[in-house]
Design a protein around this ligand. Structure first.
Ligand SMILES: Nc1nc2c(ncn2[C@@H]2O[C@H](COP(=O)(O)OP(=O)(O)O)[C@@H](O)[C@H]2O)c(=O)[nH]1
Ligand SMILES: [Mg+2]
Length: 407
């Protein structure tokens, strides 16, 4: 049997507690062992094994061999790769409706194709745990009815996307992590992403027992998704709210996106017990969403062939040179249209990076029946959909993505 090298300590992607691999619980298999102190009476009992078979698999108290594992604290299931691979959590943050779910679906779908970054393989750590992204991807990218108009639903604030557990008389609820094994050359990483509802990032929306954004305490980079069409000054330049709304833009400016960024940074400092004088422990990557709507406002225009570089494949992450050119064009655009957002990002992280992208690649259209925005899966053509995540990964794991690290 091949030997396994375990990580010295692991951080649970569900409840973010840290513990050594020897403390991991196993999930019992014997039918009579239904009922768990933390997960309730419908779940199989979790236990710390003391008996093992010849292959090192745990044996439950009623003698059945078990192979599935769970967190010591929250008892939620962990994929076996969590024991062996270092984990990178990226926090995706942004105001409601800015395009986070579309980005997540477009990015994970395109990363799986192997056409995004040379030599990068990207697989579900455990497809049963990643049902959320698989579902998001299925509606826009892998549809069996590609000519039927569709759209990703608004992310729920509670329910299916969250899981509850009970510890010492208190109930907790946490968002479901989506886990991927990324490998490139000899390096392998477990990548952990969450699809929060934007409302969770509004001030006051993270309560002690609903730690929905507690991943900010453990993440290695912050991907802050900004929708320029939520800003009045951009909306005016594009011809007004009605024009922008018809293209999938927000067309209103009820929410201040710079305040969402400040709130996220404050939570990072609070959760990590940092002083206001400490620099943030990671890079901020500003993902400028829906470039198909506002890309015409930058100089040069944000397009797949940005800077005159011809592209065959719009889902590939462009070269560092092209990314740096797009960053500069976006800085000039924000300076003119959203200066307070730019100033906030600069104050929080002077080395912030801006990556424009479009998850859909073209505007959805408004249905005549119920005035919902929809797009036919066949027409979806993402432009640089995974670039914000790859740039964030290059900041967290510079050795794995050296060609995207700023010189
Ligand atoms: N034109 C355009 N519209 C988009 C794009 N991505 C998202 N949208 C629109 O913005 C809406 C909100 O996106 P969603 O990903 O659900 O936002 P979230 O609340 O941040 O998860 C969608 O229903 C789409 O109509 C894009 O790339 N281009
Ligand atoms: Mg969403």
């Amino acid at each position: 049997m091949a030997t396994r090298t375990l990580v010295p300590s692991l951080t649970c992607p569900h409840c973010w507690s840290e513990f050594p691999p020897a403390q991991i619980r196993f999930i019992s298999e014997h039918e009579a062992l239904r009922g768990d102190s933390v997960l309730g009476e419908d779940a199989q009992m979790r236990f710390l094994p003391s008996r093992f078979d010849a292959h090192g698999r745990a044996i439950d108290p009623l003698g059945t061999v078990c192979s599935r594992m769970a967190c010591r604290r929250c008892h939620l299931e962990l994929p076996p790769s969590a024991l062996e691979l270092p984990q990178t959590i990226l926090s995706i943050v942004g105001a409601p409706g800015c395009g986070k779910s579309v980005m997540l679906a477009a990015a994970t779908f395109s990363l799986r194709s192997g056409l995004v970054v040379d030599g990068l393989s990207f697989l579900d750590a455990d497809p049963t745990l990643n049902d959320l992204t698989l579902e998001l991807e299925a509606s826009l990218f892998r549809s069996s009815t590609p000519d039927k108009p569709t759209m990703i639903a608004k992310t729920d604030l509670s329910g299916r996307l969250y899981r509850s557990f009970q510890i010492e008389d208190a109930s907790w609820s946490a968002p479901k992590p989506q886990l991927f094994v990324c490998s490139r050359g000899a390096r392998r990483q477990l990548l952990c992403l969450y699809d929060n509802a934007g409302e969770h990032f509004l001030p006051g929306r993270d309560t002690p027992h609903e730690p929905v954004t507690r991943h900010l305490a453990a993440s290695r980079a912050l991907v802050f998704v900004v929708d320029p069409t939520q800003d009045q000054r951009v909306v005016e330049r594009l011809g007004g709210a009605d024009v922008v709304r018809a293209l999938g833009g927000a067309g209103n400016s009820d929410q201040r996106q710079d305040l969402v960024l400040i709130e996220a940074a404050n939570r990072v400092r609070r959760l990590r017990a940092m002083s206001v004088n400490d620099p943030l422990p990671f890079r901020i990557v500003i993902a400028l969403a829906k470039a198909d709507i506002w890309g015409c406002l930058t100089e040069p225009e944000i397009r797949a062939d940005f800077g005159g570089v011809p592209v065959k494949n719009t889902i590939a992450v462009p070269s560092l040179e092209v990314l740096e050119g797009a960053h500069a064009a976006c800085v000039a655009f924000l300076q003119e249209c959203m200066p307070e957002l730019l100033a906030t990002a600069r104050a929080l992280d002077p080395k912030f990076r801006i990556v424009p992208f479009s998850g859909l690649g073209r505007p959805p259209s408004r249905s005549a029946v119920d005035s919902r925005l929809t797009i036919c899966p066949r027409d979806v053509r993402p432009v640089w959909p995974a670039a914000p995540l790859v740039v964030a990964l290059s900041e967290a794991e510079p050795h794995m993505f050296a060609e995207y690290v700023r010189r």
